[in-house]
Design a protein around this ligand. Structure first.
Ligand code: MRU
Length: 366
């Protein structure tokens, strides 16, 4: 998508061919800084410290991390260390496991001499596939927005609420939840996005608002607690979120707070959709509440907030009593019964085993 009018992706091979470059998302929205990753340790740090984040981008970065690692040590033990180091970075987004397992499966059949080039080729494939998948999600989801727009009085925008950042910054390009929104906007359909701030890391306020603004999509940042109120007052036509892992039965694990939005949507008959790329489906589990590992992050993220002072300096401040303990589960699970539809690159699935299998019939045999 566009930054200052220039089409931009979140990750790419550096022009000199010697490194991977990423946008450092911890610096947004106040600065657009590009960071160069040259080795396994830097790639692992970029994921765990959330310079990159969002399930698809975590997977893509891990794939590039395997390339960087193979340049350092392409032996069998180097392959296994690289896989395990990257796998330990963040536990919830299943795209990480998906990308790393794909890399290990492909590279382990090759001699060490061939592994560097093959790892790079796979990372590039995963990135291109991500872009195509997200475009597919956009194409699948666009008719939902068109149908709502057709029921509205002339010129009235379709009001869409989203949580966290499931935009292009969370992927290689387009985003998942945002792909139908960008397509609708680009097609001239008036849309307006309610952007949940998404405490504690504020991916909505910092990232979603930044990218929507850069692409010219009308939006309003709201505190996480406001969505239910707007739904009660008929000011939300639909919710679209992303997902970090959706089970074979359609339970949706996503950023903490998503579940509360789904409950409010159900109570107010607001359709609740999820942008779901197929690599985010965990076909090995059905019960998301029981079986998805939920990342517990540092209490410091809850106890502090970071922002820009009027001087232009970036500052981090304590917002709780110094000694108060804090807990920080990073994700929650929205049961399938609260989900209206899963918007995939192959169409919209009913959130159930049968619904997903009908779009991915090759999984019946698996
Ligand atoms: O902790 P984050 O920022 O990696 O969490 C991201 C989310 O929860 C996104 O909604 C999800 O990964 C979908 S991204 C297309």
């Amino acid at each position: 998508m566009k930054v200052n009018g220039t089409p931009t992706r979140t990750i790419w091979q550096a022009a000199d061919g010697q490194a991977v470059e990423i946008i450092d998302q911890t610096k947004l929205p106040h600065a657009l800084e590009i960071v160069r990753l040259t080795g396994l340790a830097e790639a692992a740090h970029a994921i765990s410290a959330m310079l990159v984040r969002g399930a698809p981008l975590i997977g893509a970065t891990a794939a590039y991390g395997m390339w960087l690692a193979m340049r350092e040590d392409a032996s069998d033990s180097g392959l296994s260390i690289a896989h395990d180091t990257l796998y330990a970075t963040r536990p919830t987004a299943v795209n990480l496991r998906w990308a790393l397992d794909a890399a290990r499966a492909r590279l382990s059949t090759l001699t060490p001499n061939d592994r560097v080039d093959a790892a790079l080729a796979l990372a590039q494939e995963i990135c291109e596939e991500d872009v195509a998948i997200n475009q597919g999600i956009g194409t699948s989801g666009l008719p939902i927005i068109e149908a709502i727009a057709a029921r509205k009085a002339d010129g009235q925008p379709v009001n869409i609420l989203t949580h966290c950042n499931a935009g292009w910054l969370a992927t290689v390009d387009w985003g998942t939840a945002t792909a139908p929104i960008y397509m609708a906007h680009d097609a001239g359909i008036p849309v307006h996005v309610w952007v949940d701030e998404t405490r504690p890391r504020n991916q909505g306020a910092s990232l979603t608002a930044w990218e929507l603004g850069n692409h010219g999509v009308p939006h309003t940042v709201i505190v996480d607690n406001a969505g239910g109120h707007y739904m009660q007052h008929g000011m939300v036509d639909m919710v679209i979120t992303g997902t970090d892992r959706t089970t074979a039965a359609g339970d949706v694990c996503n950023k903490i707070g998503t579940y509360l939005k789904a409950l409010a949507a159900k109570d107010n008959s607001v359709p609740f959709y999820v942008g779901l790329p197929s690599p985010t489906i965990d076909w090995t589990i059905e019960d998301g509440v029981r079986d998805v590992p939920i990342e517990e992050r540092s209490a410091d993220e809850v106890k502090h907030m970071t922002g820009r002072l009027d001087t232009g300096d970036i500052a981090t401040v304590l917002i709780t009593p110094e000694d108060s303990p804090a807990a920080n589960p990073a994700f929650d699970v929205t049961p399938a019964r609260l989900v209206t539809g899963l918007i995939t690159e192959r169409g919209i699935a009913e959130p159930s085993v049968e619904g997903l299998l009908s779009l991915f019939p090759e999984r019946r045999a698996a």
